[in-house]
Design a protein around this ligand. Structure first.
Ligand code: MTE
Length: 328
């Protein structure tokens, strides 16, 4: 498996802006290859959220429930660049279960999100299975504006709605043997048909993992919404991970299972190409991907056209003050 070059969403670095038609042609060619601390300081955030009963047509193109009276966490409210245009973010996705291009937003609408359950299991004192109502009631939701950096060297700024992962840790109480956590995405080959040409060769379901200390960091976040409304399916509805100091592939979408383990588990991209997609995957301008530099990044938008301007990549994606100590 290690010697087979399996096309990936970031298989070709987009050093420059790539018009969609050229990008899609390239994928066809690739096919041949394989055969201030509000969260911390504001207990009143509990209950300061109510959910609108009205549906709103979002820029993501679907009817999505809006979160009302949403509190933006002031500690994570501003970054040094504008928030990415919502319509652009909603049409430029990586969700390999629904295809290998960025244009999977329509196909992803097949994801069945009704009666969603998330099982939390493994080395914990309180194993639980949550439905979405449990999650919304149990964990006070807040909004955070995070930088988002894909390993392909494009970047966005996204307002997520959700809750910090450390609240789940407090609920389920991992045992002292638990050293890692694994997140598994929804998988049903009849629905998540994959990129088509390589379905059986890929190590489904999509899984990702963190060390427990990383999961406990205040930045590690479960998102149930984006741009003030529930997650559209292409962004990983109804619940996904957001780990802003790591490359985007560390953030599994559409999570159905969270398992606490005493060993480092195999994960999706790391299993396929460990030399290209390391387990740690912290954003690092000084550590090039084997096939492209990570020194700069390309912001998506704003506006209908992709921006050509590149910016320097920030160590830990700009979050060094929160996480550098985790890495000695
Ligand atoms: N999660 C699943 N289940 N499947 C995927 O293909 N792609 C990852 C990550 N999570 C992926 C996934 C990658 S490579 C990126 S960059 C982000 O999702 C993209 O998130 P977005 O489409 O919401 O911007």
């Amino acid at each position: 498996m290690a010697h087979i070059h399996i096309p990936k969403p970031w298989g070709t670095p987009e050093r420059e802006v790539t018009p969609e038609a050229i990008f899609l042609n390239r994928r066809r060619a690739l096919k041949g290859l394989i055969g201030a601390g509000l969260s911390i300081a504001c207990p009143s955030i509990v209950g300061c959220l109510s959910r609108s009963d009205s549906k709103s047509a979002s820029a993501a193109g679907a009817d999505l429930m809006k979160f009302e009276s949403l509190q933006r966490n002031r500690a994570f409210a501003k970054v040094d660049r504008p928030i990415t245009d919502e319509a652009l973010a909603a049409k430029y996705n990586n969700f390999y279960e629904f295809g290998g291009s960025k244009s999977i937003s329509e196909k992803a609408q097949a994801l069945p999100t009704e009666n969603w359950k998330v099982e939390v299991t493994g080395l914990v004192r309180n194993p639980r299975t949550y439905d979405l109502d449990d999650i919304r009631k149990k964990f006070p939701l807040e909004e955070r504006v995070y930088r988002f950096r894909c390993v392909e060297a494009w970047a966005m700024v996204v307002p997520w709605t959700g809750f910090p992962m450390n609240l789940l840790i407090k609920e389920v109480k991992p045992l002292s043997e638990a050293k890692f956590v694994r997140f598994a995405s929804y998988y049903n080959p009849k629905i998540t048909k994959g990129p088509g040409f390589s379905l059986s060769r890929l190590p489904w379901p999509y899984t990702e993992s963190l060390r427990i200390e990383e999961m406990a960091n205040e930045l590690a976040f479960f998102a149930v919404g984006i741009y003030g409304h529930e997650l559209p399916k292409q962004h990983g509805a109804p619940i996904r991970e957001v780990i802003p100091w790591k490359y985007g592939f560390k953030g599994a979408k559409s999570i159905v299972k969270i398992e606490f383990l005493n060993h480092q588990p195999a994960t999706f991209w790391n299993t396929l190409q460990p030399n290209e997609y390391g387990f740690e995957a912290n954003v690092n301008p000084n550590k090039p991907h084997p096939r492209w530099s990570q020194a700069t990044e390309r912001m998506i938008g704003p506006g209908p056209a992709f921006s050509w301007k590149r910016r320097p990549t920030l160590p830990y994606n700009g979050y060094a003050e929160y996480v550098a100590e985790l890495y000695g």
